[in-house]
Write a protein that binds this ligand. Structure first.
Ligand code: SAJ
Length: 404
């Protein structure tokens, strides 16, 4: 039986996928409210295809429990936040989960850590726990790092088709884990050592952060000379070896703006390019604020209540707001002692912030300037309603709108 620990954005789809594909699975979480929601047959977040997968996994007998199971195969998918001050990973959830596994696991257990961790975390924080528990690594317990790679918005498809990395001390154990993941994963599964697996995960997200930072820096250069950055990128990308990502109002989510900091935190003197890229991405909400000021001035708008922000999630068509560019924008406003602008987001169905307008038509009626921060499908279906507004389009959706 497989016990998946932590039923969040990664743990839940992974547990469901394993269960739906013939594995006996128990999902464990310390959040009793979340467990009760799942036990009532309801999901805790929206994701295309998740509902169908959930039904399938329930039919196949997946269980949800508060307690850790006594078994010989665990997958840990708990959050790994980072300390914003010293830029280092906070491994406390991984440590707590590992300690609890060690209390109940059977001899010869395989413990797979899927949570994103900074390179060296397993050596520094996890291996010592095994010794402290009086267990023998490689006999009583086998450690594996199998970092996830799925993209919110297309998680289910990517769980099935992405390639994966399995890092283990022992190649035979890596093969056993590969067999388990092969029950649902059709992508290539590569086996390596733990340190390499840790590093590749962070490197992948750092590559994306740097590429987006390049696009964001180009936006600033293009603005300086009144050039169209999107056209420049579109044409440059026609070169067979150029693939620049899209500029935007900032970089959000729990991965791209966070994971590269693990490298900067651990290797401060070796990560000049990475830290500069992160700073460029973090500067984009300030650019949005500048542009809003210019648009208001150019159009004689002095009432800040006439500005409405469309979108608070970290990207299109997800309901996750972690580290989102809009939240970063509000933080910047607070730093300037300004009340955050009002916002509307079609993916957020409950009132989560005071400045949130729940009704789209009311939001439109109250706003003269609309700042498109997130390109939700809902927006694409409602573009005609924006005709009479001054639009700041941070995603290049509308031809004659203001751009970053
Ligand atoms: N963004 C841009 N320009 C782009 C692409 C993205 O500004 O061209 C912004 C998005 O709007 C968003 C942020 O970047 O604010 C991050 O979005 P994303 O779609 O790039 O990535 P995530 O955070 O949803 O998922 C990433 C993925 N990593 C890579 O593509 C290398 C995913 O595969 C990982 O599994 C995930 O991080 C993770 O959990 O680590």
């Amino acid at each position: 039986m497989i016990n998946v620990i932590g039923l969040g954005y990664i743990g839940l789809p992974t547990a469901l996928m394993l269960a739906a594909n013939g594995n006996e699975v128990t999902g464990t979480d310390y959040n009793k409210e979340l467990l009760s929601t799942l036990k009532h047959g309801e999901l805790t977040f929206e994701e295309p295809g998740l509902e169908e997968l959930f039904k399938n996994a329930l039919d196949k007998g997946i269980k949800f429990e508060n307690d850790y199971s006594s078994t010989d195969f665990y997958i840990i998918t708990v959050p790994t936040p980072y300390d914003k001050v010293d830029k280092k990973i906070d491994a406390s959830y991984v440590i707590a989960a590992t300690k609890q596994v060690l209390e109940v696991c059977k001899k010869g257990t395989i413990l797979v850590i899927e949570s994103t961790i900074s390179p060296g975390t397993i050596d520094r924080f996890v291996r010592p726990l095994i010794k402290d528990a009086g267990l023998v690594l490689g006999e009583d317990i086998h450690l594996v790092h199998a970092p996830e790679r799925i993209l919110p918005g297309q998680m289910i498809k990517e769980l099935k088709f992405n390639s994966r990395t399995i890092g283990a001390d022992n190649p035979e154990i890596a093969e056993k884990v590969k067999e388990v993941y092969s029950s649902f994963c059709e992508g290539e599964i590569v086996c390596t050592d733990i340190r390499t697996a840790e590093m590749t995960k962070v490197v992948e997200n750092t590559f994306r952060a740097i590429n987006i930072a390049f696009a964001n820096e180009l936006t600033k250069i293009a603005r300086h000379d009144a050039l169209d950055v999107h056209e420049i990128i579109r044409i440059s990308n026609m070169h067979p070896r150029v693939n620049i990502l899209s500029p935007g109002p900032g970089v959000g989510g729990h991965c791209i703006p966070v994971d590269p900091w693990f490298l900067v935190g651990d290797y401060p003197r070796l990560t000049k390019l990475i830290s500069t890229a992160l700073e460029i991405n973090e500067s984009m909400p300030e650019l949005v604020l500048d542009r809003i000021g210019t648009i208001m001035k150019e159009n004689g708008i002095t009432d800040r209540n006439k500005v409405g922000i469309y979108g608070v999630t970290y990207k299109q068509d997800v309901d996750d707001i972690r580290e989102s560019p809009t939240l970063q924008l509000f933080e910047k406003m607070e730093e300037h002692f300004a009340e955050p602008f009002k916002f509307f987001d079609p993916m957020i169905h409950n009132q989560i912030l005071d400045n949130q307008v729940m009704d789209f038509d009311k939001f439109l009626n109250e706003s003269e300037v609309i700042v498109l921060m997130v390109e939700h499908s809902h927006l694409k279906d409602n573009l005609d309603k924006l005709k009479d507004k001054f639009i700041l389009d941070t995603h290049n959706l509308i031809d004659d709108a203001y751009k970053l």
